[in-house]
Design a protein around this ligand. Structure first.
Ligand code: SF4
Ligand code: SF4
Length: 468
C-alpha cells in the first residue's frame, strides 16, 4: 500500500519495539517492525509445511515472531520455500530483492545480459497487472523483457528439456541396476535443502541432475558462449523464477563450472513485475513476441514442470521411449496430476512395472522421506516439490489476498494454463527437441556422460539444521 500511495515516511511516531532486520539469507528478508502478529506465517511454516522454523516468542508488548535463539533464517532449518511470504498480509516477510543488481548490469555496455524465465512465471505474471488468474502471458512477457534491455530472452523450458534428458536417462540406469532406489527428483532447491538438513541419509536417493535454470545457465556459459564468440566472463545470466529458494540455490558452491556461477542473479515473478512497472511499460497492451533463437524452442513436456506431477509426467514420456524403443501413444499420465498431496501410480513400461509417487508441500515430503529412510518406500521414482501445488504456487509468485485464496482455486487455474501450453505444443517430448539433439550431438555427447555430466550434474551433502 505504501508503494501504491507513494508513502515514504510515517508521521505518527509512538512507542515501538525496534527489531533488527534479518537480511542474512540469500532468499528472504524479515522486517518485524512491520509485523502485526497475525501469525499466519507461523501457521504456514508449522502446519502447512511442517518445518516450524518460526514461532511466536515473549509476551505482551515484547511479543514477536522469531526463530530458534532469535537467529537469522539463514542459520536455522528454514528451507527458503517462501510460503510464509505468500501468507504475510503486511510485507514483514519478503524476498531478498535483486532488482538493483539487474538494472546495473543492463546499464553496463560491456555485459551481455541474458534472461531466462521459468514455466510457472508466464501463467502468473499477468495477475500483477490486473489480468485474470492463470492467463498465459508468454508473448507479452517476452516483449517486456526485450523492452527492459536484455540482450537475449530465453526460455527455461529448454533447460527443463535438458533436465528430462538427463534425469530420465539417470533413472533408467538406476532402475536397471537397482542403484539407490527410489530415485528422487532434484529440481526443487527447498526440497534439496530439506533432505540435506533433515534426512541426510536419503541424499544418495536424490538425482544428481541440476535444476532446469542451473542447467541452462551452464549451457549458456559454455556452448552458447563458444558458439557466439562471447567471453563467458562477460555473460550475466538472470533467471526469472516463481521461487525464493532459487536465490539460495544459485549461489551454492556446487553450482559452478570453471569458477563461474551457472546463474548470476535470480529474481522472482513479483520482482519482474516491479521492474516492468518501474520502466512504465503498459504490460496489458503489449504485442506478443517469441523467445530468441537458437535456444527458444522447448517442448510441452518442459512446460508442465511448473505444476505438481509435471516433472514425473515429462520424465515418464522420455523414459518410456528409451526403455521400450516404442512410440508412447497416450502422453497424459492423469494419475500423477491433480491436487492430492501424495499421488502414487504404477506405470507399465514394456514388460516392467515402474512404481512412481508424486508429493507436493513439505508436509508430504516429510512422509515420503520417512518411508525412504525406514526402507519401506513402495515406489521406484518420486517427484517432490516443496510448495503446495508445485512452482505455480511458489514463494515468488504474485501474492493473493486471503479472500481470493478462499474463493478461487488459484493453483488449478494456473496449472490448467500450463497444461494447455503442453496440449498446444507441436513437440511434447523432451527427447524430440531438435535444438537439444543438436547440442548433444555437437557439444555434450550422450546424456549423463562426459561433458553432459560435468556441466549438468552436481552433488549434495549433509548440512547442519542449526548454525547457532
Ligand atoms: S521460507 Fe518456508 S521454511 Fe522458511 S520460514 Fe518461511 S515457510 Fe518456513
Ligand atoms: S516447488 Fe518450485 S517454487 Fe517452490 S521451492 Fe520448489 S522449485 Fe521453488
Amino acid at each position: 500500500m505504501a508503494i501504491k500511495f507513494n508513502v515514504e515516511d510515517v508521521r505518527f511516531k509512538g512507542e515501538r519495539v525496534k527489531h533488527e532486520i534479518d537480511d542474512k539469507s540469500p532468499s528472504l528478508v524479515r522486517d518485524f517492525d512491520k509485523c502485526v502478529l497475525c501469525r499466519r506465517c507461523v501457521a504456514t511454516c508449522k502446519n502447512v509445511q511442517k518445518i516450524g522454523a518460526i514461532d511466536c516468542v515473549n509476551r505482551g508488548f515484547e511479543s514477536c515472531v522469531s526463530t530458534a535463539y532469535n537467529g537469522s533464517l539463514n542459520d536455522v532449518n528454514c528451507t527458503f520455500c517462501g510460503q510464509c511470504i505468500e501468507s504475510c498480509p503486511v510485507g514483514a516477510l519478503h524476498e531478498k530483492e535483486n532488482i538493483t543488481d539487474v538494472w546495473q548490469k543492463l546499464r553496463d555496455p560491456d555485459t551481455y545480459v541474458v534472461v531466462q524465465t521459468a514455466p510457472a512465471v508466464r501463467v502468473a505474471l499477468g495477475e500483477e497487472f490486473g489480468m485474470e488468474i492463470g492467463t498465459n502471458v508468454t508473448g507479452k512477457m517476452v516483449t517486456a523483457l526485450k523492452m527492459l534491455g536484455f540482450d537475449k530472452v530465453f526460455d527455461t523450458n529448454t533447460g527443463a528439456d535438458f533436465t528430462i534428458m538427463e534425469e530420465a536417462t539417470e533413472f533408467v540406469r538406476r532402475f536397471k541396476e537397482n542403484d539407490n532406489l527410489p530415485m528422487a527428483t532434484s529440481c526443487c532447491p527447498a526440497w534439496i535443502k530439506f533432505v540435506e538438513t533433515e534426512y541426510p541419509e536419503n541424499i544418495p536417493n536424490l538425482s544428481t541432475c541440476k535444476s532446469p535454470h542451473q542447467m541452462f545457465g551452464a549451457i549458456l556459459k559454455s556452448y552458447y558462449a563458444e558458439k557466439n564468440n562471447i567471453d563467458a566472463k562477460n555473460i550475466y545470466v538472470v533467471s526469472v523464477m516463481p521461487c525464493t529458494a532459487k536465490k539460495y540455490e544459485r549461489q551454492r558452491d556446487e553450482m559452478q563450472n570453471d569458477g563461474k556461477y551457472d546463474v548470476d542473479c535470480v529474481i522472482t515473478t513479483r520482482e519482474l513485475a516491479r521492474m516492468i512497472k518501474q520502466a512504465n511499460i503498459n504490460f496489458v497492451d503489449l504485442e506478443n513476441n517469441k523467445f530468441d533463437d537458437p535456444m527458444g524452442e522447448a517442448t510441452g513436456a518442459a512446460a508442465i514442470f511448473g505444476t505438481t506431477g509435471g516433472v514425473m509426467e515429462a520424465a515418464l514420456r522420455t523414459a518410456y521411449e528409451i526403455i521400450t524403443g516404442e512410440k508412447l501413444e497416450n502422453l497424459n499420465f492423469e494419475d500423477v496430476r491433480g491436487e492430492k498431496g501424495i499421488k502414487k501410480a504404477v506405470v507399465k513400461i514394456g514388460d516392467k512395472e515402474v512404481k512412481v509417487a508424486v508429493a507436493h508441500g513439505l508436509k508430504n515430503a516429510r512422509k515420503i522421506s520417512e518411508e525412504i529412510k525406514q526402507g519401506n518406500a513402495d515406489f521406484d521414482f518420486v517427484e517432490v516439490m516443496a510448495c503446495p501445488g508445485g512452482c505455480v504456487m511458489g514463494g515468488g509468485q504474485p501474492i493473493k489476498k486471503s479472500k481470493i485464496r478462499a474463493e478461487v482455486d488459484v493453483r488449478s487455474k494456473r496449472a490448467s494454463a500450463i497444461y494447455e501450453i503442453d496440449e498446444k505444443s507441436d513437440v511434447r517430448k523432451s527427447h524430440e527437441n531438435e535444438v537439444l539433439k543438436q547440442i548433444y550431438k555437437e557439444y555434450l555427447g550422450e546424456p549423463g556422460e562426459h561433458r553432459a555430466h560435468e556441466l549438468l550434474h552436481t552433488g549434495y551433502m549433509k548440512k547442519e539444521k542449526y548454525n547457532i
